[in-house]
Design a protein around this ligand. Structure first.
Ligand code: ATP
Ligand code: FE
Length: 335
């Protein structure tokens, strides 16, 4: 089975070709245009998708050494995401599936962040059901009980900002360019995580809150900058390490509670923030510390990519879960 997968939910135009559960090519075109605005501008994102989609798909087919007539099906991101961005991918997928007379498969982007773990990769174990998925990305923060490929239950989620936003907004306060998450990670590796303390939010149950942390960091920085205008410059590594440490503690506290409530000790992380080196290290250590079995995705399957759309496409192909051209994109979508 050869699946062409298209991902265009936010600001990255991505295409991948899978042969069964193996990735033959995985191409991403990042849209750098948004960096100067400090965030994704939806209208610019859909325009850039329109420019990128043909060359990105061409590149994915070429890299996979596949002719489009060999394709078994086309999978695309149905949602959640920016409507204008989603429409570029879905329209293209619909026309191409129609032209080639092959099945069309709609994929939920958040399910894909989780099911990316089922891509066949040397040195990576696939989780077995049931497991707990911690999906941490630019728009979501969820703990999901995954009973089967398409039987998922959100047991906890953020009540305000996503963890990726907490990283990006903290970075913005520190004057770092967008998206700041990877930069906070980079500087945190050189700093002392206990240098500064930020209070953690008190949210009942398995839900999260990150907006208070952002405000706490803003007030802390404002106060320190009055005392010393060079405060950020002189302490950047320690500030980043402390912010990252606090975020990791918040995530780990809830994950421990989720394990205690469900009795499931198999954990998989996914989404852009699962690229974070501190989170990856902490999860790895949890194997020894708490007796968990943790799954950390290959780096290239953390932030938005089409390979993860392709693996869901493959699973849906196996059960003939196809769509007609009437299928609609959805900015918000549950499992
Ligand atoms: P969603 O998947 O919820 O729709 P999205 O697709 O926009 O949102 P992803 O691409 O999955 O988000 O993740 C992007 C987020 O991941 C950004 O907030 C970015 O700052 C963050 N991120 C990426 N790498 C790192 C890192 N190393 N450390 C911390 N955050 C990171
Ligand atoms: Fe994403």
């Amino acid at each position: 089975v050869f699946i062409l997968a298209i991902e265009s939910s936010c600001d990255d135009t991505a295409a991948a070709v899978l042969k069964n559960d193996k990735v033959l090519s995985n191409v991403v075109a990042n849209q750098l245009i948004h960096n100067q605005y400090g965030g994704v501008v939806p209208e610019l994102a859909s325009r850039a998708h329109q420019q990128n989609i043909v060359p990105v798909i061409d590149a994915a087919l070429k890299k996979a050494n596949i002719n489009k007539d060999q394709l078994s099906a086309i999978a695309f991101t149905q949602g959640p995401g920016l409507m204008g961005s989603l429409l570029v991918g879905s329209s293209f997928a619909k026309s191409m599936a129609l032209a080639l007379n092959i099945p069309l498969i709609a994929v939920n982007h958040m399910q894909a962040h989780i099911l990316a773990h089922f891509i066949e990769e040397e040195g990576f174990d696939k989780p077995s059901f049931p497991f707990l998925a911690l999906t941490i990305s630019g728009g979501h923060t969820q703990i999901v009980k995954v009973n089967d490929f398409f039987d998922m239950e959100i047991i906890g989620e953020t009540t305000d900002d996503a963890v990726g936003e907490a990283f990006d907004k903290s970075a913005k306060i520190l004057g770092l360019p967008y998206p700041g998450g990877p930069l906070v990670d980079k500087y945190a590796q050189l700093g002392n995580p206990k240098a500064f303390a930020f209070t953690k939010p008190k949210v009942p149950g398995l839900d999260f809150s990150f907006s208070g942390l952002k405000t706490a960091i803003l007030y802390f920085i404002q106060k320190k900058m009055i005392e010393n205008p060079n405060f950020i410059e002189e302490n950047l590594n320690d500030i980043c390490a402390s912010i990252q440490h606090t975020i990791i503690e918040i995530l780990m506290d809830k994950l421990k509670l989720a394990v205690a409530t469900t009795g499931i000790k198999q954990i998989a992380i996914g989404g852009g923030v699962s690229a974070n080196s501190g989170i990856r290290k902490t999860l790895k250590e949890a194997e020894q510390k708490y007796g968990w079995n943790t799954h950390i995705p290959k780096f290239e399957y953390t932030t938005d990519n089409a390979a993860m759309i392709g693996i869901v496409g493959y699973q849906k192909f196996l059960i003939a879960n196809f769509e007609t051209s009437n299928v609609v994109s959805k900015a918000r979508i549950q499992f």
